[in-house]
Design a protein around this ligand. Structure first.
Ligand SMILES: C[S@@+](CC[C@H](N)C(=O)[O-])C[C@H]1O[C@@H](n2cnc3c(N)ncnc32)[C@H](O)[C@@H]1O
Length: 486
C-alpha cells in the first residue's frame, strides 16, 4: 500500500478528471446500444456517465452541429433507456468512418442501471428466439417420418436397455450376447432407417431454395431426431466437429476400424448404425487402394523404375497403409500425404511407417502439413514436388463448389507425369443418397454430384485425356479417373 505522501495525483491533461469510458460492445454484448439524434441512429462506440461517442459514416458532416445543444436518445433494441441533451465536442477518424464524441448537457448515464436493462432485454430476447416456433413451416409428411424414426430409436433403446439389465453380470458370454443383439437390431433398423432417409430426402429436396423452410426443417430435425442418435460416437463426432471442421480423420477411422464404441448397448447400436451408414468411406478407400495397386503393377510392367503418388486431404491415409501391407510391391513407391490437420498426418505416418521399414527401401512416405487453398492461390505446393504418377483427392471436393473444384482438378492434372492418373472422389447424387442424413441430421454439408457433374470437373482438361466415373458398391460416392496421355 502507498503512503499518502507517495500518491502522485494527475499530470498534464490527466489533471482534469474524465469519467471512466467503457466500450459499448464489450459492455452490452447481446444487444448493441444505439443513439438517436436528429431522427438518425448510430452505433454507440463508448459510453461514460457524462457522455458517449458513436460511429458515423464519413458522408455525414457534423461540423455545423459542433457545440450545438441537441436532444438525443439512447436505445437498446427498440427500448429507450435514456433521453437528454448533449453537445458534439470532438470528431475524429475511425476505421474509414468518423467517431463523434458527445458531452451530455442534460441528464447523466446511470451505467449500472442501463446494464441491468440490457441484461433484462437480452434475456427476454433469448427466451423469445428460443421459443419461436417455426414448425408450421415443416411439412406434415416430414413430421410423420421424423416421428417414425424417433419411435424406432426409442423402441430399440428400450429393448437394449432391458437386455442389458436382464443379462447376468457374471454371464461369461454377456458381451458376446449383447453384441449379437445389437447386430440383430441394427440389421432390422437399417432397412427402416433407409426407408425413412429416402422419404426425408425427397421431402427436403422439394423445399427447393426456400431458405426459411429449410432452416425450420433443419432446426426441427436437430431438436427432435438428432438427440436420439447422438449416443453413438460416430454421429456425435460428425455433429459436434471437435476439431472445428467436418469429416475429420477420426470420423474416417470409425468407418475403417468398425469397433463397437460406446458404454451402453444402445450407444454401441447407434455407433454401429453410423458406421454402416458411412460404409461408403471404406468402400471408396478400397477402390483407391486397388487403383494404387493396379497402377503400380502397370508401371512396373512398362519398365518404370519408380512410382510417385500424392494424396491431397489424405486424412488417415488408410489406403496407403493397406497397400503397403502387400507382401511384395512391384516397384519402389513414394507417397506424399498432404493435409491441413497435423494430427491426421501423425496418424497416417504412424500407421504407414512400420510397413515402410518392412519394405526396406522400396517405399517412402512423407507428409506435408499444408492447406490446398495456399496451393490453389499460388500453385506453389506442387512446385516443391516432382510430377506425380498418381494424384488423388478423395472426400475433399465435397466441400468445394464447381468453380473451385474445377480449378483444383486443373491444377492437379497439370502436376501429373505423362500417362499419370488423377482420381477425385465425391458424394453421389441419387434418390437414396446420404444428403439428408448428413445435412439435416448432423449438420454436415457435403456437395453431392451427378455423374455428369463429375465429368464436368474435368471439362477444361486436354480432350485426349481418358475420363471415367465409377460409383462405389454402396452407390453413395463415385470416383472420377482422368488419365493423361503418354
Ligand atoms: C473427409 S476427409 C477424407 C480423408 C481421406 N481422403 C479419406 O478418404 O479417408 C477430408 C480431409 O481433408 C482435409 N482437408 C480439409 N480441408 C483441407 C485443406 N484446405 N487443405 C488440405 N487438407 C484439407 C481434412 O483435414 C481431412 O483430413
Amino acid at each position: 500500500m502507498k503512503h499518502y505522501e507517495e500518491l502522485s495525483g494527475g499530470e498534464g491533461r490527466r489533471v482534469f478528471y474524465r469519467a471512466e469510458r467503457f466500450n459499448a460492445k464489450t459492455l452490452m454484448s447481446s444487444i448493441s446500444p444505439i443513439v438517436e439524434m436528429d431522427d438518425r441512429s448510430f452505433d454507440i462506440y463508448d459510453i461514460s456517465m457524462s457522455g458517449i461517442s458513436f460511429v458515423s459514416p464519413q458522408n455525414f458532416s457534423w461540423l455545423e452541429d459542433m457545440n450545438k445543444d441537441v436532444p438525443l436518445q439512447l436505445k437498446i433494441g427498440t427500448t429507450e433507456v435514456f433521453s437528454g441533451n448533449g453537445k458534439i465536442r470532438r470528431i475524429e477518424p475511425h476505421e474509414n468512418q468518423h467517431k463523434v464524441a458527445v458531452e451530455l448537457t442534460r441528464g447523466f448515464l446511470d451505467i449500472k442501471k442501463i446494464l441491468a436493462q440490457h441484461d433484462d432485454l437480452a434475456l427476454q430476447q433469448a427466451v423469445t428466439i428460443g421459443l419461436s416456433d417455426h414448425s408450421r413451416l415443416v411439412p406434415a409428411a416430414y413430421k410423420e417420418a421424423i416421428g417414425d424414426a424417433v419411435y424406432m430409436f426409442r423402441s430399440i433403446h428400450k429393448v437394449l436397455d432391458k437386455v442389458e439389465a436382464d443379462l447376468g453380470r457374471d454371464d461369461s458370454r454377456r458381451s458376446e450376447r449383447i453384441k449379437d443383439i445389437i447386430l440383430a437390431c441394427e440389421t432390422k433398423a437399417l432397412t427402416r432407417w433407409r426407408e425413412i432417409s429416402k422419404k426425408c430426402l425427397k421431402i427436403t429436396e422439394e423445399l427447393g431454395d426456400d431458405s426459411l423452410a429449410i432452416a425450420a426443417v433443419k432446426q426441427y430435425t436437430e431438436m427432435v431426431l438428432t438427440p436420439e442418435i447422438l449416443p453413438g460416437a460416430s454421429w456425435d463426432r460428425a455433429y459436434s466437429k471437435p476439431l472445428g471442421y467436418p469429416g475429420d480423420y477420426q470420423v474416417m477411422n470409425y468407418a475403417y476400424n468398425l469397433t463397437l464404441e460406446g458404454d451402453t448397448a444402445y450407444a454401441k447400436f447407434c455407433h454401429r448404425l453410423g458406421t454402416s451408414t458411412g460404409e461408403f468411406i471404406a468402400t471408396r478407400m478400397t477402390m483407391t487402394k486397388q487403383a494404387i495397386a493396379r497402377l503400380c503393377t502397370e508401371a512396373a510392367a512398362r519398365g518404370r523404375s519408380d512410382f510417385k503418388a500424392a494424396s491431397l486431404g489424405c486424412g488417415p491415409a488408410q489406403e496407403v497403409a493397406n497397400y503397403l501391407k502387400t507382401p511384395n510391391i512391384p516397384l519402389p513407391v513414394e507417397f506424399t500425404l498432404i493435409d491441413q490437420d497435423h494430427d491426421a498426418l501423425s496418424y497416417a505416418y504412424n500407421s504407414t511407417y512400420p510397413e515402410v521399414v518392412r519394405l526396406d527401401g522400396m517405399a517412402w512416405v512423407r507428409c506435408l502439413h499444408a492447406t490446398f487453398l495456399e496451393f490453389l492461390a499460388t500453385g506453389k505446393l506442387f512446385s516443391k514436388l516432382e510430377k506425380q504418377d498418381l494424384i488423388y483427392a478423395v472426400g475433399l471436393a465435397d466441400y468445394l463448389g464447381k468453380k473451385r473444384s474445377t480449378k483444383l482438378v486443373n491444377d492437379l492434372y497439370s502436376n501429373l507425369r505423362p500417362g499419370g492418373t488423377l482420381i477425385i472422389g465425391c458424394m453421389r447424387t441419387s434418390e437414396t443418397s446420404l444428403k439428408w442424413q448428413v445435412e439435416y441430421v448432423v449438420d454436415w454439408t457435403l456437395v453431392h454430384r451427378t455423374e455428369q457433374e463429375m465429368f464436368e470437373l474435368a471439362e477444361n482438361l486436354d480432350p485426349a485425356a481418358k475420363r471415367e466415373v465409377i460409383a462405389d458398391p454402396t452407390g453413395h460416392c463415385h470416383l472420377l479417373f482422368v488419365t493423361k496421355p503418354e
